[in-house]
Design a protein around this ligand. Sequence first.
Ligand code: APR
Length: 230
Amino acid sequence: MKKNIVILTGAGISAESGLKTFRDNNGLWENHRVEDVATPEAFARNPELVHRFYNLRRLQLNEVEPNAAHKALAELEKAWQGDFLLVSQNVDDLHKRAGSKKLLNMHGQLRSIWCTSCDAKMNWENELTQTNECPRCRVKGDLRPDIVWFGEMPYYMDEIYEALNFCDYFVAIGTSGNVYPAAGFVQMCPQAHKIEINKDASLVSSYFDEQWIGPASEQVPTWARKILNS
Ligand code: APR
């Protein structure tokens, strides 16, 4: 019988590609205060500082590649017979570049910008500053990173809750369980078999039925082979 699967990923899946996680040693939130760079208030107070933080991360995408874990999820999607949904909290584009198709970036994307004047969202691969004008409406200074900041509503929530209601497997990979609503997904699919793949136990580990402990680049391909053969 066809089975439905929802996979949630966090910063841990991109760590071995060379992108910093948020809460590990030397993580992004050790060197930056969330209140200074990742809230709408921070952007209103000091947009250039916020742009600098995201510009560095956007440009860093030129230097990194998807790793074996991203690739294994793209392969799994191709081979999977039932419904498949990959929900990522990550704002990098490594799942997309690995070939994932049914992918929702619930916290936005580094390579997307949003004009708060005309509401358009556009691809953007370079630096963004307050001096840039919107390519669509030509208003200057109203472009922001298309990132869901603390205090803002994540994207695609209706679609995600719908998929959680009907999934047979829920798999969380490389996420620490600190940030809601994503950390609460595991409690929203009581019907599903729930699997956690992480370097360490997360804050919500006790809600999972099965744990795979270790680096994502090793654990995810092994787990994906196993579930395809089951
Ligand atoms: N393989 C597997 N897991 C790993 C690896 C690895 N190589 N390296 C780190 N991890 C695990 C860590 O043990 C940790 O549990 O990945 C998790 C990363 O946790 P966080 O840094 O908290 O990242 P994440 O859960 O994605 O954060 C959620 O917080 O600040 C916000 O919006 C930001 O989307 C982000 C959200």
